[in-house]
Ligand binder design. Structure first.
Ligand code: KG4
Ligand code: ZN
Length: 382
């Protein structure tokens, strides 16, 4: 095995939704992946409650960081950087992670990297399949996002090809599971029921697949309504709802559109690698249909194992390590959580100062990681 000791050792913190994730990575090697989830606290509400998530992050933060350091067998002082999800995500939840990352980075004298949640979902695949091919097409599907992204350099160039115009794919799974009284989150149970159902039993609509529709955008709200109406009609007629067939037919409609559009984007752009990430990438039918269609089109498919597909800290550490390796500018101490951080910003670098020597102790602006020790304490709180 190659000697990896020279590769950057980075701790990553993820708190954009309901998972408090802390991962530690050396280069593209995963050393620790500690996750504390508040998903059970949200279950009775049928969706993530932001305030509940923020509080849970606060409680889980320090223990999860300690668990990750122990699991990795590394000392905090040996880290080369601290990375954190700066956005997009729930504002209050993000803020807990960003504040913790600042505190650790400042106390340890390490550079801070505020990174993009979506780029992290792509970069995590390096931990499983090695360096990302450039370019890579990425299909990101979770409870919060459904996007097709093209990247030639995950630290600097992420181009949106398409996205959902209404609900995220995972949201549709969660909604249909709720209508079927299967609990929350809906993806895993629908997946399970669908295995015993007929995907062709009911012809549910494929959103935005008409000849005049945008080629790479998605829509799941029409499908959601169609499935809910179909179920209601059965119930109103006093008939039994064939749960397995509904699950299989609904799931087929979602993954048919996702894979069709992803493969089409690869072909149109001449990209021969597709990666799939996000919680919905755990879906067994999405994986098998994507494999089938990629093979037919001569595209190599990369899907990380399910634990790396859902939100976790390792993905943030993976992108942070790549930032260090490529010598990207670290973030400033006044880094903020940005709930709508554009997908085109893989990270949030400190602005270059207009007068590099004019503001030695000042306004929480630019620092490279060489200068991190010189920052004055006020900056942390500015
Ligand atoms: O990435 P993730 O953990 O958190 C977000 O950023 O949203 O994704 C969670 C979403 C949920 O909507 C959940 O229902 C869905 O991923 N999901 C699945 C499966 N496992 C999780 N959807 C379909 N099939 C699955 N096996
Ligand atoms: Zn996510």
């Amino acid at each position: 095995m190659a000697d990896t000791r020279d590769e950057p050792l980075v701790l990553g913190i993820e708190t954009s939704c309901d998972e408090t994730g802390v991962g530690i990575v050396r280069g593209t090697t995963l050393l620790a992946d500690a996750v504390a989830s508040s998903v059970e606290e949200h279950a009775r509400f049928g969706g993530v409650v932001p305030e509940v998530a923020s509080r849970a992050h606060l409680e889980a933060m320090v223990p999860t960081i300690e668990r990750a350091l122990k699991e990795a067998g590394v000392r905090a002082k040996d880290l080369d950087g601290i990375a954190v999800t700066a956005g997009p995500g729930l504002a209050g939840a993000l803020l807990v992670g960003v504040s913790a990352a600042k505190a650790y980075a400042y106390a340890l004298g390490k550079p801070l990297y505020g990174v993009n949640h979506l780029a992290s979902h792509i970069c995590v695949d390096q931990l499983e399949h090695g360096p990302l091919p450039e370019p890579t097409m990425a299909l990101l599907v979770s409870g919060g996002h459904s996007s097709l992204l093209l990247s030639t350099d995950i630290t600097a160039d992420v181009r949106p090809m398409g996205a959902t115009i209404d609900d995220a794919a995972g949201e549709a799974f969660d909604k249909i599971a709720r209508v079927l009284n299967l609990g929350f989150p809906g993806g895993p149970v629908i997946d399970r029921y669908a295995r015993e159902g007929d995907p062709e039993a009911i012809a549910f609509p494929r959103g935005l697949t008409g000849p005049r529709d945008p080629a790479y955008d998605f829509s799941f709200s029409g499908l959601k309504t169609a499935v809910a109406r179909w179920i209601e009609a059965k119930r109103a007629a006093g008939e039994e709802v064939p749960v397995r067939d509904v699950a299989a037919s609904f799931q087929e409609a979602v993954v048919d559109v996702l894979t069709r559009k992803a493969v089409r984007a690869c072909k149109d752009e001449g990209v021969d690698h597709l990666m799939i990430g996000g919680g919905v990438a755990a879906n067994s039918r999405l994986r098998s249909l994507a494999q089938e269609r990629c093979e037919a089109a001569g595209i190599r498919l990369r899907v990380p194992r399910p634990k790396l597909c859902t939100d976790n800290g390792a993905m943030v550490a993976a992108l942070g390590a790549e930032m260090v390796r490529r010598d990207r500018t670290a973030s400033a101490w006044d880094l903020s959580a940005d709930s709508s951080l554009p997908v085109t910003d893989p990270h949030v670098p400190a602005e270059e100062p207009a007068h590099p020597h004019g503001r030695a102790h000042g306004h929480g602006h630019a620092h490279s990681h060489d200068h991190v020790h010189e920052m004055s304490k006020e900056n942390l709180y500015s």
